[in-house]
Design a protein around this ligand. Structure first.
Ligand SMILES: [Zn+2]
Length: 348
């Protein structure tokens, strides 16, 4: 088997657009729409939205007897307005699992019920060093001590409400994407980097006039960060599900920013050995830069489908991402390796 060429400019361009489209879990419709538009450019795909709002693209294969699926998620960490304080500032509740210090000082957008947006930033309630001295360092970051300062003239709850802001409004943190010498630094590379890899794989096959060996479903989920993204929406005769999601890089890990990783076990236990071995053999055969690893605090959409009763083989691959669920970074080499792996699987 030889793999078709990957258009890395397309991959990065699509990734940039997706990263700059806010999509906290529960408010991912703009990212889904962007994706739907991009997929519409490939005539081989039949694209539908589930009632839950995920995007499902079906790609007819050379054979259709044992359909497969690949999944990646467009939703990201974020927050929701929990309270409007008497000061006019906002108390938040987290969406997904992260530590407040990872978004401290970050710019953010509040999406109002009227469809407007208000800019602001997330700060410690005792932010000023000139006023609070050592307390700036000593205060524990939690729901009570973090707040949004809106970039609008408000000093009361009423003035904030007059801006259209209400309890329950979604809040997205700025991605702050930057590309330098192949390094891609941004929030929410988890899992938009993998969505871009899937798109790049679709484009590569399409450009080479190839089609998948088996009919394949590309499932873009919108509720992964809260644990039930890909729990439903697959055809009943599905045989395999390859989850494409970031690899955890750090001390004690084999994963790094220049390889794609096969995860054989995470918090949900071991993945399917047979499917994992098949992916490993493909990577070895095609010299795809890869690692095998275990993630200590991690769950995936493949496991969400298993927990919901999905009777399929599930495996997990993805690019190494440093400082995950914080200010993340990967490298184009890991994105290319992941895309190659997806291509190898599609053609196998
Ligand atoms: Zn993820």
């Amino acid at each position: 088997m030889s793999l078709p060429e990957i258009d890395t400019d397309y991959l990065l361009q699509f990734l940039t657009g997706l990263l700059n489209t806010p999509s906290p879990t529960g408010f991912a419709h703009q990212a889904i729409a962007r994706l739907e538009q991009a997929l519409a450019g490939f005539p081989g795909l039949q694209v539908n939205q589930t009632r839950k709002g995920a995007l499902v693209a079906t790609w007819a294969g050379k054979a259709s007897g044992s359909p497969r699926a690949l999944t990646a998620h467009v939703d990201t960490l974020g927050a929701m307005v929990k309270e409007i304080k008497s000061s006019g500032r906002l108390k938040l509740t987290k969406i997904g699992s992260f530590a407040w210090n990872t978004v401290e000082g970050e710019g953010c957008t509040v999406f109002t019920g009227k469809g407007e947006s208000v800019r602001g930033s997330l700060l410690l309630t005792k932010a000023s060093g000139h006023i609070h001295g050592s307390q700036v360092n000593e205060t524990k970051r939690d729901d009570e001590t973090m707040e949004v300062r809106l970039d609008a003239r408000t000093a009361s709850a009423d003035e904030t409400r007059a801006l259209g802001v209400e309890v329950g409004d979604f809040v997205a943190f700025d991605p702050r994407m930057e590309v330098t010498d192949g390094f891609v630094r941004s929030r929410h590379l988890d899992d938009k980097a993998c969505v871009a890899c899937l798109l790049a794989a679709v484009k590569a096959l399409n450009d080479a006039n190839l089609q998948p060996a088996q009919t394949t479903i590309l499932y873009f989920s919108n509720y992964e960060e809260v644990g039930h993204g890909a729990a439903s929406g697959f055809p009943p005769d599905l045989t395999e599900l390859v989850t494409v999601d970031m690899a955890a890089v750090g001390e004690g890990q084999t994963s790094d920013e220049f390889h794609a990783t096969l995860c054989v076990k995470d918090s949900g236990g071991p993945y399917h050995h047979g499917l994992s071995q098949k992916l490993r053999s493909l990577a070895e055969e095609l010299a795809i830069p890869h690692r095998v690893d275990i993630y200590p605090h991690y769950g995936s959409d493949g496991e969400a489908y298993w927990r919901a009763g999905g009777d399929v083989a599930v495996a997990l691959i993805g690019p190494g991402v440093d400082a995950s669920h914080s200010y993340e970074r990967t490298h184009l080499e890991a994105l290319v390796a992941t895309t190659q792996w997806v291509l190898a699987y599609l053609l196998s």
